[in-house]
Design a protein around this ligand. Structure first.
Ligand code: EPS
Length: 390
């Protein structure tokens, strides 16, 4: 079990979402405006439903923090649910007609009931607010070492941006993404994505899409090839797949790797002494089909991850289903929902990836305090730059 860990708890309409993080070093300064900004970004994006007008997600620390810094004990934070009504049977009535694509059917059988209510409350993507909070805290740590993350919407249904994201242009793209209400990278794609969502809403339907995330500034050697549970690519894939409604994860070239010859796929290695002070230690690659990960370890190039979110399974028009009590055919039940949450999912993906990078970072460099962690990091970087060691 890695030293840095987190656990989230909370139902969609319970009183609050509660998260516990263990293994953070003491002395980490928490950028609370940044964390709350990430929580707010997760609440946004064109196509969200009525719930987000009710909630104003902000982080409240319950333990593990003193004067804005971690103290090394388990850190617990909560995000209150304003729309808390789990014990009100009028407002959260039983659900007997499961939605195809949702956890409803499998979950109600798993817990031996014909009421899907508790399953949908447990399975809700409301919980992703917790994961954004935990990931944003992890980013406060990673930023101390020059590691930064940029996520955005690549495509919604068929509406796609082809803007390329590179180490030298991503900072300027942050403002472009933040000006787009679908969190994409150009105005034409924003308009097309809005139109896809608007049309789906008009048709009482939903749409999904692809989100992309780039991690810049990782030195080689984070993660491990020793065991599958410590491979950073495996951890990232599990974290991304664990986001509600995700159906695929790709790293670098992803599925295209299976259709390309080795000579065309693998990124040639060269060395530029002038770039020795960079996180890559001077090793350069003309392409990044590996997506920054080889053998489960960072290789000094940006980590590139694509995730695919299916259309939300709550459709205003309903879908063919059965009543679990009568087993008779019925349309699935409608619950207030979003038409598209791909933009929000891009924020979730950024932050769950951040946590996994931070987890492997702590596994490699360790330390009880930020002072110790920084010394360990500097020592490794110095030795790696001086290779071959004599
Ligand atoms: C969700 C259904 C909707 C979403 C919710 C996830 O909630 P409600 O039923 O309260 O309208 O808005 O997402 C959030 C609340 C959130 O904060 O992301 C579901 O069924 O998963």
């Amino acid at each position: 079990m890695p030293a840095l860990n987190y656990q989230t708890a909370g139902e969609s309409h319970g009183p609050a979402l509660v998260t516990t993080i263990t293994g953070l070093p003491a002395g980490l300064e928490l950028d609370i405006p940044f964390i709350n900004h990430e929580l707010q970004r997760r609440q946004g994006g064109y196509g969200r439903g009525g719930r987000q007008k009710i909630e104003t997600d902000t982080i409240a620390f319950l333990c593990g923090v003193r004067l804005g810094k971690t103290i090394g004990s388990p850190l617990v934070f909560q995000i209150p649910n304003r729309d808390s009504r789990l014990d009100d049977l009028q407002k959260t009535p039983p659900v007997h007609r499961p939605r195809p694509g949702h956890a409803d059917l499998a979950g109600s059988i798993k817990w031996l009931t014909t009421d899907c209510r508790e399953t949908l409350e447990r399975a809700s993507a409301r919980e992703t607010a917790s994961r954004v909070g935990a990931g944003a805290i992890a980013r406060c740590l990673l930023r101390c070492f020059g590691i930064e993350i940029f996520g955005f919407v690549r495509q919604i249904e068929h509406a796609r941006t082809d803007v390329e994201v590179l180490p030298d242009n991503w900072r300027s793209l942050v403002a472009v993404r933040d000006a787009s209400d679908t969190y994409t990278l150009d105005e034409k794609a924003t308009r097309a994505q809005r139109e896809a969502i608007r049309k789906a809403k008009e048709d009482r339907d939903t749409v999904g899409g692809h989100v992309e995330c780039h991690v810049f500034g990782c030195p080689p050697g984070i993660g491990s090839s020793m065991d599958w549970t410590t491979k950073l690519d495996a951890r990232i894939a599990a974290a991304v797949m664990g986001i509600q409604a995700f159906k695929a994860v790709q790293i670098g070239a992803g599925v295209r790797a299976g259709e390309t010859r080795g000579s065309a796929l693998h990124d040639p290695i060269s060395f530029d002494p002038a770039r020795k002070s960079e996180p890559s230690l001077g090793f350069t690659r003309p392409s990044n089909n590996a997506g920054g990960l080889e053998g489960g370890m960072t290789n000094g190039q940006p980590i590139v991850v694509t995730g695919t979110m299916k259309p939300i399974s709550t459709l205003l028009q309903g879908l063919p289903s059965v009543d679990l009590n009568t087993k008779q055919p019925e349309q699935s039940q409608y619950e207030r929902s979003d038409v598209c949450a791909v933009s929000a999912a891009s924020v979730v993906m950024e932050n769950v990836i951040a946590f996994e990078v931070a987890r492997c970072f702590m596994d490699k460099f360790g330390g009880d305090s930020m002072t110790e962690l920084k010394a360990n990091f500097d020592n490794y970087m110095n030795m790696a730059r001086r290779l071959p060691l004599r």
